[in-house]
Design a protein. Structure first.
Length: 247
């Protein structure tokens, strides 16, 4: 049982989430079994205009579902930074990045294989969460996840990255209050941006986003830009990915 210091009011139970066996995230077999939100974006009234997108590197810009090999870009790739950024239109929003280290069954290989602000280092030491950005202000990345690829436990087949809004269900916050969100992967050794994915859908009934995955296929590390929204909080996503959350 894993104790997470968060608000879980309104979250679906793990049993309810896992019963959705026919729902596939990003249309892929074996993905977490909770139905992504498909409604049209609904912008909140009287919100300020979205800030200008932040300048970043010149990596390959990907579209949703456009998988690509990171290893082909650098055959000696050993350490990456997964950098996430966003702007917020409602100052009540505090976004948090989390990481789920998944086995072949698309569930975490154990409760401790979940990296977030309350547990910033994975059990194998391969993943380090660099810290929480409270307000999303300023240029550049808001939160950074460092991954030592050669150190990832062999049981881990896939590493999923999610962004949630803290206490979203209690405070009626959602992703229509967010703009210019992105995820990019940087070769930490060279500092070169390899790929970047700009999120395009900001739904009023979405409180968490699974933004992308890094996974190993046939000896190559690959990146899959997902960008699927869910009407769940962090506790709800934990249920989807098999993390046992204490009440």
């Amino acid at each position: 049982m894993f104790n997470i210091p968060m608000n879980t009011k309104g979250a679906l139970s793990a049993d309810s989430l896992l019963s959705l066996n026919n729902a596939g995230m990003a249309g892929q077999q074996g993905q977490p079994q909770s139905q992504p939100v498909m409604q049209q974006p609904q912008m909140q009234q009287n919100q300020p205009a979205a800030p200008t997108p932040r300048p970043t590197g010149n990596g390959v810009h990907l579209k949703k579902g456009q998988k690509t090999s990171l290893t082909q870009m650098n055959p000696n790739l050993s350490e990456i930074e997964v950098c996430l950024g966003w702007d917020i239109l409602n100052r009540a929003c505090d976004l948090d990045a989390s990481v789920f280290m998944l086995g072949a069954d698309n569930k975490v290989v154990g409760d401790d294989w979940f990296v977030f602000y309350g547990q910033p280092v994975s059990p194998d030491g391969s993943i380090i969460h660099q810290g929480d950005s409270i307000d999303g202000a300023g240029d550049g990345d808001d939160e950074i996840i460092t991954i030592k690829l050669n150190q990832v436990n062999p049981q881990v087949q896939k590493i999923a990255f999610a962004v949630t809004i803290n206490e979203a269900l209690e405070n009626h916050l959602n992703f229509s209050m967010v703009a210019n969100a992105y995820v990019r992967v940087v070769d930490k050794t060279t500092g070169k941006e390899l790929v970047k994915f700009m999120l395009t859908d900001y739904f009023a009934n979405v409180t968490s986003m699974v933004v992308g995955e890094v996974y190993n296929k046939s000896g190559q590390w690959r990146f899959n830009p997902i960008g699927d929204g869910f009407a769940e909080d962090l506790a709800g996503l934990c249920g989807v990915y098999g993390v046992n959350v204490a009440d």
